[in-house]
Design a binder for this molecule. Structure first.
Ligand SMILES: Cc1cc2nc3c(=O)[nH]c(=O)nc-3n(C[C@H](O)[C@H](O)[C@H](O)COP(=O)(O)O)c2cc1C
Length: 246
């Protein structure tokens, strides 16, 4: 019988022997444990009654696979001369009350020194319309370019911080740095949210932010996507159905 690894060569980062053919049931008529598993693995699979048909899985080396993420544009700087924008995907919420979030930035970035010195920045959410600017600001440095001019973005005053907001963004989250954790490649700026401004154009009839109007941009493993269709709302799985009026 042909070795499966000859037919399905290892993927980058996968450990040889972990690669499992997606159609291995075609290759093995009877459910046998393939020879590239170690004795320990085979024992475990036997114990679990692990079926050949369930084995279409590949192990990759450890990596950052929590996707999708928002790709945001972070604006920083105290004066118009130093205002800059950096695209950030390593960002997220870390506490509800007080509202706190983080951005992780490589120390080599031009924005890193600005944010570290000023202790402030603004997270500007992005949209499909801002996709080009989001990508461009993530591959060009403020050391060489005026990203505002190049991408036709408008700096406008924020309410709580000296860093400007990006006027074209639907949501601007004004942040003050509370702590910096030096993790490795990236330093994590743990920050408090001081204020949030929303472009009125994206408010719906209940004054809530309408994501469907904004078309947020999503970043997944090197690619940008739109949001896709709505599936449900928070807690819909346990919501009691309203009785129909007679
Ligand atoms: C989609 C995307 C996400 C990015 N996420 C990060 C990130 O989380 N942290 C980071 O340090 N750089 C990130 N970058 C790279 C920076 O945005 C890029 O190096 C930028 O040119 C730095 O600008 P600056 O030198 O003006 O600060 C990302 C780039 C892109 C395109």
């Amino acid at each position: 019988m042909q070795d499966r690894n000859d037919i399905f060569p290892d993927k980058k980062g996968a450990t040889r022997g972990d690669t499992v053919a997606p159609c291995c049931s075609l290759l093995f008529e009877t459910p046998v444990i393939p020879k590239q598993f170690t004795a320990e693995e085979s024992l475990f699979r036997n114990k679990c009654n692990y079926k050949i048909e369930h084995m279409a899985r590949t192990y990759w080396k450890p990596g950052t696979m929590i996707y999708p993420l928002p790709a945001v544009m972070v604006s920083c700087g105290e004066t118009p001369e130093e205002y800059n924008i950096i695209t950030i995907a390593w960002t997220g919420t870390i506490n509800s009350d007080p509202p706190m979030c983080y951005i992780s930035v490589r120390p080599g970035r031009h924005s890193y020194d600005i944010i570290k010195r000023t202790g402030e920045f603004v997270i500007n959410l992005t949209t499909e319309n801002l996709a080009k600017a989001t990508d461009w600001c993530g591959v060009r440095s403020g050391r060489k370019y005026d990203k505002w001019k190049e991408m036709n973005l408008t700096p406008a005053p924020a309410k709580y911080v000296k860093a400007p907001i990006i006027e074209e963004s639907p949501v601007n989250i004004e942040c003050r740095v509370k702590d910096i954790i030096e993790l490795g490649t990236h330093h994590m700026f743990i920050s408090e949210v001081l204020g949030v401004s929303i472009d009125d154009a994206y408010l719906n009839e209940n004054d809530a932010f309408s994501f469907s109007k904004a078309n947020p941009l999503v970043y997944t493993h090197g690619h940008y996507f739109g949001l896709g269709k709505k599936i449900g709302k928070f807690g819909w799985t346990v919501e009691k159905k309203k009785k129909k009026a007679k």
